[in-house]
Design a protein around this ligand. Structure first.
Ligand code: FAD
Ligand code: SIN
Length: 529
């Protein structure tokens, strides 16, 4: 059994930003399920949005763009917090050693969909990799932070594990730490903490086409929901309009929105631009609109993809801004300085998640959530491009200061029992896990994608129930494996997406349903479960 002041689950921008601050006050232990840098953060391409050019840009414009993209569902106070605190947090990333591209002494700001000004700081087309590198380097130098890689958090520990009944109505549920599977030994270890931060990222892998790496399995959201915490707005799944159409490749390779920010346009196979037929902002309309328009074009033409064309720009610009994309496309025989890029929407980002307040408190005491797994109210019904890294950096900081204040008042919980694996056996049927995973992903893509309906949602929930029952049965009988736990969490998240979607009797932002193709009047409500 280990005891730590601050326990962090996840080593992306959210977990690392928090850890670097909280380490000033106590010992921080970070658990991460694979290698430390294997995170969604590492794959971020476009950049991080903030007001860095006061001559042309302003907080008001960034706030307004975020609110417009969020389609009425953002929490204005949170938007103001993130936008106004953002530049200081980005300066800290720079002070930690993150490189962002410059033109002379000025940052090379680019644009993405829904932004009225150029405000995206980036490092070529591998911004996330650069941020993750700099943060991990800082962490490695900090004697108060330890990272345990290949440690998989299975469940958070609450009163439930002490034999006390908790329900979603219990208002004093507390988190005492986690049970974590040490992947090297196969043993489940008990880790007690005064404060726990859930920073487990998104859940893109509930879909069969996603830009997310395979680690994005919604673990934190599922753990907290099972522990009777609250989640919100899970129906708001952002499909990125332009993942590379390359059948058989999983996950899908992203073609950053910055390609459109630098002038790239969406075209059909005849080379005709089509976005103006859907929105006056054309290829740079917010993501929900662009993804839906591509979906409509594909349905009209019967094609599997559309095209993104940047070939009319100079090769020099392409190589300078998008060297990673250029190389990737070349590896499959496409020269993007000459050829159009075949693209298709893919699940990209979860706007909802664990319900938190303005300091990142979840509805469970001693448990905070940060980054993509959380729902702060910033994104509303549709996240503005490049606001995600920003949100994680801002909230990582806010939570650290709150947690450092709280930690002295908290004692470790005594009498926490060891993980009980009585009655479980080693499985020789792991393939069933893979089959069930594919079934969930296919079903979610078919019925709970960009365009939804009551009929499709009901059908999805019925089919999911079968898989859920089978998975729970299997989970009770077999020794833990990461794949099985991830399947269980993905099934839980898929169910939450469907149930939130069923609650929303309107079309708003990323949730579009043919049964209610309009927005309800009045103040929109969040879907809370
Ligand atoms: P992550 O970076 O995903 O980190 C999650 C961590 O939790 C990982 O270390 C993982 O191993 C760990 N973990 C998960 N479950 C467990 C468990 N059970 N036990 C132990 N550890 C666990 N956003 C932008 O703002 N700008 C961009 O340009 C941008 N581009 C993107 C491009 C791509 C291809 C993708 C996929 C996303 C992009 N995003 C972008 C979104 C952004 O990258 C993510 O939302 C953000 O990085 C999430 O950070 P995080 O720290 O919350 O989670
Ligand atoms: C991209 O580079 O297009 C992704 C940006 C984001 O998801 O915010």
């Amino acid at each position: 059994m280990q005891k730590v002041d601050f326990l962090v689950i996840g080593s992306g921008i959210a977990g690392l930003s928090f850890a670097l601050k909280a380490a000033a006050k106590g010992k921080v232990l970070i658990l991460t399920k694979v290698n430390a840098d294997e995170t969604n953060t590492k794959y971020a391409q476009g950049g991080i949005a903030a007001v860095f050019d006061p001559e042309t840009d302003s907080f008001e414009k960034h706030i307004s763009d975020t609110l417009i993209a969020g389609d009425g569902l953002c929490d204005r106070k949170i938007v103001e917090i993130v936008v106004t605190e953002g530049p200081d947090r980005i300066q800290e990333l720079i002070d930690y050693g993150t490189n962002f591209d410059k033109h002379g002494s000025e940052y090379d700001l680019t644009r993405e969909g829904g932004h009225s000004e150029k405000r995206i700081l980036h490092y070529k087309d591998i911004t996330g990799k650069e941020i993750e590198r700099a943060l991990l380097e800082q962490v490695s130098k900090n004697p108060n932070i330890e990272i345990l890689t290949h440690y998989y958090a299975v469940e958070i520990i609450t009163q439930h594990h002490l034999g006390i009944e908790v329900t979603r109505e219990t208002n004093d549920i507390s988190c005492f730490g986690v049970y974590a599977l040490n992947v090297h030994t196969g043993q489940v270890e008990t880790i007690l903490s005064k404060i726990t931060l859930m920073a487990t990222g998104g859940a893109g892998n509930i879909y069969s086409a996603t830009t997310n790496p395979v680690i994005a399995t919604g673990d934190g959201i599922a753990m907290i929901y099972r522990a009777k915490g609250r989640v919100r707005d899970m129906e708001m799944i952002q499909f990125h309009p332009t993942s590379l159409y390359n059948p058989g490749e999983y996950p899908s390779f992203l073609i950053t929105e910055a390609v459109r920010g630098e002038g790239g346009v969406l075209k059909n196979k005849r080379g005709e631009e089509f976005m103006q037929n859907y929105d006056p902002r054309g290829s740079l309309a917010p993501r929900d609109i662009v993804a839906r328009s591509i979906d409509a074009e594909m349905k009209k033409s019967g094609e599997d993809h559309v095209y993104l064309d940047i070939s009319f720009k100079s090769k020099e610009l392409i190589l300078q801004h998008f060297p990673n994309i250029y190389e990737k496309c070349l590896s499959i025989g496409l020269d993007i300085s000459k050829d159009m890029i075949p693209v298709v929407p893919a699940a990209h980002y979860l706007c909802g998640g664990i319900l938190v307040d303005e300091f990142g408190h979840s509805t469970i005491h001693r448990l905070f959530a940060c980054g993509e797994c959380s729902s702060t109210g910033l994104h509303g019904a549709n996240r503005l491009a490049s606001n995600s890294l920003l949100e994680a950096a801002v909230f990582g900081h806010r939570i650290a200061f709150q947690a450092m204040e709280d930690v002295d008042k908290i004692r470790f919980q005594e009498n926490v029992p060891d993980w009980n694996e009585f009655g479980t056996e080693q499985s020789n049927e792991e393939i069933l896990v893979t089959h069930n995973l594919r079934e969930v992903q296919r079903m979610m893509s078919d019925y709970v994608g960009i365009v939804r309906s009551d009929f499709r949602l009901e059908r999805a929930l019925r089919r999911l129930k079968l898989v859920k029952d089978e998975t729970e049965e299997f989970y009770k009988k077999t020794k833990l494996s990461v794949k099985l736990c991830e399947l269980r969490n993905l099934v839980q998240c898929a169910e939450l997406v469907i149930r939130c979607a069923m609650k929303r009797k309107e079309s708003r932002g990323l949730h579009y349903t043919t049964d209610y193709p309009y927005k309800l009047g009045g103040k929109p409500e969040n879907s809370v479960l």
